[in-house]
Design a protein around this ligand. Structure first.
Ligand code: C5P
Length: 236
């Protein structure tokens, strides 16, 4: 899927570090080996927004993993503000159409791509039951919400490698499927329970991969990032 994309632009390096100093050191060490960075809630409160603006100024793509969820007016205004800052990707919880529509409205004509978080991969069937969701399994809910996100005008979803094939079948080509939990065949899994190699995730239908610790904790982050990009290119 999305074979037209340059392999390097299909890799998001997750900057899951507490402060800007560590983030800057990583980006410097990675150099030209990666083009896109994910800034999440941890770095957000360590100076992440101005750091992310610096990344943009340096020609990188920025994925703000903010997982917005609030009343429509708040989501709309937050999406509008984020779009105005020139970032490339933003996550919004994709539970309901009102929230999705509000984010699309807030984004307006900006180039910001909206990605829906369908069901967090930390949640299993028993967690859905606890929430009062009684009749559906997580994978079915992921597909249901992916269709909802597409209908609302979202650009894509976050989905595990296991769900990528189901989602791709449901939404067709072109819709972005951004997949975390990616490990090289020879590396450790860390705490990710359902891991997949880059090639398998791409073949399953992922358009982009999110990779954190295998790159950020490597002795040579640039070499490992290059390895991921090579694997993406092989299977694209
Ligand atoms: O270090 P690792 O490669 O496991 O990092 C994966 C990144 O993807 C982290 O930023 C994590 O928050 C994110 N993520 C995930 N599973 C999800 C959604 C996001 O691991 N379902």
């Amino acid at each position: 899927m999305k074979a037209d994309l340059d392999p390097k632009s299909r890799l998001f390096v997750a900057l899951d570090v507490p402060n800007v100093e560590q983030a800057r050191a990583l980006v410097e060490a990675i150099g030209d080996a990666a083009k896109c960075y994910k800034v999440g809630l941890e770095l957000l409160f360590g100076g992440g927004i101005s750091f992310a603006q610096g990344l943009k100024a340096a020609g990188k793509d920025v994925f703000l993993d903010m997982k917005l969820l609030d009343i429509p007016n708040t989501v709309q205004m937050a999406a509008a503000n984020i779009a105005g800052l020139g970032f490339d990707y933003l996550t919004v919880h994709g539970h309901d159409r009102k929230t999705l529509d509000a984010a699309v409205k807030g984004r307006g004509n900006a180039k910001l791509k909206l990605l829906a978080v369908t069901v967090l991969t930390s949640l299993d069937t028993s967690d859905l039951r606890e929430q009062g969701i009684a009749t559906i399994e997580p994978a079915e809910l992921v597909v249901h919400r992916a269709k909802l996100a597409k209908a609302a005008g979202f650009d894509g979803v976050i989905a595990s490698g296991q769900e990528a094939a189901l989602v791709r079948k449901a939404v067709g080509p072109g819709f972005l499927i951004v997949t975390p939990g990616i490990r090289l065949a020879e590396g450790p899994d860390q705490d990710q329970a359902r891991v997949m190699t880059p090639g398998k995730a791409i073949v399953a239908g992922a358009s982009h991969l999110v990779v954190g610790r295998p790159i950020t904790q490597a002795t040579d982050p640039a070499a490992v990032a290059r390895h991921f990009v090579e694997d993406i290119a092989k299977f694209a």
